[in-house]
Design a protein around this ligand. Structure first.
Ligand code: NDP
Ligand code: MG
Length: 385
């Protein structure tokens, strides 16, 4: 292990967050060492990253690509493994200090829990982990003395506003939402939109799943639930405000009425670097904000009648138990079906709503209950499609 450097396992290194994390690490070689890289379908990029960063190990989740990756890396001193079980094991390695959880969706849950069990610090991008099993995950982190450093820009903003304020109670938080590509549109318009339109986000470049979630406002719904668990809030302490410029990344209101916001250009490298480098703010050459490019910052109410996903997420959070797990699984199936042109944009909400109504409710789920709920919901959602 290197002195004074953080040894990092990057789960989902071939994705949008993963590659940007590697940009941050490439620019800060004195602060970080890459210990583990993992990918799923993109074996070529995983191989390229491995050759550049020379990690201890790489894992390709898609086991059918194991031989290909192994062969490509055979002349390097890099161990190669395959499968999600291997990811969950490798994060427990002694030489890993911090795990960046940047796998997308429910698939990231097991490895994140495994890393927390081993006492690793977590930089958390995979919001679905907290949506599905927020109670288990946060209790386990507390028990193990593990910090969950948010990577999601809104939650990083809240976390940055809370620095030096951890002893002061929060009155409420405002999560900002860009409103996505369909802000201001009505249901007639949404009924006809195609994936190409939904995949064009005005302010952020991200993986396909979260980009669709941003267009449907499910992303904000997942973030509301994520915030509840990260900051130990009651549902009524969380509000969403549309802010199309994505400069104010979120706000905290304290019990004296004072509000703090964190601002900056929309660039995920900033929250990634803050999470990896915490408690230090490391220098960066990211583009700086100019007031003259943004003469106006505007705020408006969110339209939960048109964008029902956000209302459904609030409902699931209020109901608690395995409801957010049902919401998440139904949404993953619905988004996948929308991306394959099997259902329309508005039908994604129908699938989520029907699953919430139908899949059995469990008030105090165990880990196995979550696994079962996820599976049962996927089956039912697929039947609806
Ligand atoms: P991407 O789709 O770009 O990347 C996902 C990563 O996970 C890839 O490395 C992918 O591998 C891997 N992966 C996909 N499926 C599996 C699986 N079944 N098992 C193991 N690995 C898998 O997603 P993003 O980077 O956009 O998002 C990652 C997470 O971060 C999400 O939870 C998202 O909500 C969150 N997030 C993302 C933001 C962003 O700006 N992108 C902002 C805030 C949060 P491969 O590509 O090789 O198939
Ligand atoms: Mg976000």
């Amino acid at each position: 292990m290197s002195e004074n450097k953080k040894n990092i396992a990057i789960l989902g290194s071939t994705g949008s967050i993963g590659t940007q994390a590697l940009d941050v690490i490439r620019a800060n070689p004195d602060s970080f060492v890459v210990e583990v890289l993992t990918g799923n379908g993109n074996a070529d990029l995983l191989i390229k990253q491995a050759i550049e960063f020379n990690p201890n190990s790489v894992v390709i989740a898609d086991e059918s690509k194991y031989a290909y990756v192994k062969e490509a890396l055979q002349s390097y001193d890099i161990k190669v493994f395959a499968g999600n079980k291997a990811i969950a094991e490798i994060v427990q390695m002694d030489s890993v200090n911090m795990v960046l959880a940047a796998i997308v969706g429910y698939a990231g849950l097991e490895s994140t829990i495994s890393a927390i069990k081993a006492g690793k610090q977590i930089a958390l991008a995979n919001k679905e982990t907290l949506v599905v099993a927020g109670d288990l995950v946060t209790n386990l982190a507390k028990e193990k003395g593990v910090n969950l450093y948010p990577v999601d820009s809104e939650h990083s903003a809240i976390f940055q506003c809370l620095a030096g304020e951890f002893h002061n109670p929060i009155e409420k938080i405002y999560l900002t939402a860009s409103g996505g590509p369909f802000r201001g549109k009505d249901k007639n318009f949404l009924a006809t939109v195609k994936k190409e339109q939904a995949l064009k986000h005005p302010n952020w470049e991200m993986g396909a799943k979260i980009t669709i979630d941003s267009a449907s406002l499910m992303n904000k719904g997942l973030e509301v639930i994520e915030a509840k668990w990260l900051f130990n809030l009651k549902p009524e302490q969380i509000d969403v405000i549309v802010h199309p410029q994505s400069i104010v990344h979120s706000l905290v209101q304290f019990t004296d009425g004072s509000m703090k916001a964190q601002m900056g250009l929309p660039d995920m490298k900033l929250p990634i670097q803050y999470a990896l480098g915490y408690p230090n703010r490391m220098k960066s050459d990211f583009p700086r904000f100019s007031f003259f490019n943004y003469p106006q910052l505007t705020f408006e109410q969110v339209d939960t009648k048109t964008f029902r996903n956000l209302a459904l997420a609030f409902e699931a959070m209020n109901k608690g138990g395995n409801s957010p797990c049902i919401l998440n699984a139904a949404n993953e199936i619905a988004v996948n079906a929308f991306l394959k042109d099997k259902i329309g944009f508005l039908e994604m909400s129908d699938v989520v709503e029907k699953c919430l109504q139908t899949v059995s409710f469990i008030a105090k789920p165990s880990y196995d209950d979550y696994v079962e709920t996820d599976l049962a919901t996927r089956q039912f959602a697929n039947e609806l499609i």
